[in-house]
Design a protein around this ligand. Structure first.
Ligand SMILES: C[S@@+](CC[C@H](N)C(=O)[O-])C[C@H]1O[C@@H](n2cnc3c(N)ncnc32)[C@H](O)[C@@H]1O
Length: 314
């Protein structure tokens, strides 16, 4: 199985992905409280040389770097735009001497074998058309005795979120339409094949995948995160920008999802009329959040369950 020709069909899609903003917005998923646990589970010490695979703009690598004394993080990604943005961000944050980002193809990494003390990634292996080939490269560049790990989103439906008790007309209808749309999308319209992802090595099989790849002492750890947009411990502007950004993304994705999969939506009772109404309500919410956020008491929040699979290279 491991010797078959590598399927790199996911590469073109990722090289050409032109929107890094949703990845950059993930910073809230990583809290200071969790950092010691990440270090323990991912086998990281304060002087480790860490690889963050498929790093996107480097959000996860930046987070891990915060706890290092003399170690450093190297992140790679196949998307040049993500790397360029990530490098600017590192300079802005004064982290450019601790985190280095480079363009590289995870199926054929430029690093010598046995380079890193710990090799990790946040939701990268699962986007590859050939996760085993990607894993074997990560294992190759990890030093013997080091930990190779994947942080993976657990598929949870309905999503862990509450859209808030907003006081505008149509807020309840918005909750209902959003739920129906996302259910149709998750159950019927989204296929791993569209994303060139492997149907076989889905996240729940990662422990077995680690075993197939020759890793030992395989462990699974639980990890959850949540963000309450009304949380006064976080800067108001930050929370408002995140929420407005989420609504903008939802509007963009809704357009592309519905246009591409209209037949499937219609087959499951979601017609143009509902689609247009959902968009209209999202615009109303956007304007409400833009104009009233400072005094808002709607308590919208979101969260997610992840798990971490880790194994030792012998
Ligand atoms: C779901 S994103 C996760 C990004 C980042 N880890 C984060 O959490 O923000 C998956 C990432 O894998 C990268 N990727 C996909 N195929 C790759 C490959 N063959 N080599 C390197 N990176 C790749 C994509 O460009 C994208 O940035």
């Amino acid at each position: 199985m491991i010797n078959k020709a590598t399927d790199t069909s996911s590469n073109e899609m990722w090289k050409n992905w032109n929107n890094y903003i949703p990845f950059e917005r993930r910073a809230y998923r990583f809290t200071d409280d969790m950092l010691p646990l990440f270090y323990k589970w991912l086998g990281i010490g304060k002087d480790s040389c860490i690889l963050d695979a498929g790093c996107g703009t480097g959000v996860f690598g930046r987070y891990l770097a915060a706890g290092l004394e003399c170690g450093h993080v190297i992140g790679f990604d196949i998307n040049q735009l993500f790397i360029e943005y990530g490098r600017k961000k590192l300079v802005e944050l004064g982290l450019a001497d601790k985190v280095m980002l480079q363009v590289d193809d995870g199926f054929a990494l430029s690093f010598p074998s046995n380079t890193f003390d710990a090799v990790t990634n946040y939701t990268y292996i699962g986007v590859l058309s050939d996760p085993i080939a990607g894993m074997m490269e990560l294992i190759r560049v990890c030093k013997p005795g080091g930990i190779v790990s994947c942080v993976v989103a657990a598929n949870s439906f309905p999503p862990v979120s509450w859209q808030g008790d907003y006081p505008f007309d149509g807020a309840d209808e918005l909750q209902k339409l959003t739920r129906i749309e996302s259910e149709i999308f998750s159950k019927y319209a989204r296929k791993a094949a569209d994303l060139k992802q492997s149907e076989k090595w889905h996240a729940q099989r990662y422990p077995k995948m680690f075993d197939v790849c020759g890793l030992k002492e395989i462990s699974v750890y639980p990890y959850a995160f949540a963000l309450n947009y009304n949380d006064i411990k976080l800067p108001l502007e930050y929370r408002q920008d995140l929420l407005l950004g989420e609504i903008e993304d939802e509007l963009n994705w809704l357009d592309s999802r519905y246009i591409e999969k209209r037949d499937i939506y219609i087959e499951h009772g979601f017609f143009d009329q509902q689609f247009n109404r959902l968009k209209e309500l999202l615009h109303i919410k956007y304007n409400y959040v833009k104009n009233n956020f400072a005094n808002d008491r709607s308590f919208e929040w979101c969260g997610g369950f992840n798990f971490i699979v880790a194994g030792r290279k012998v």
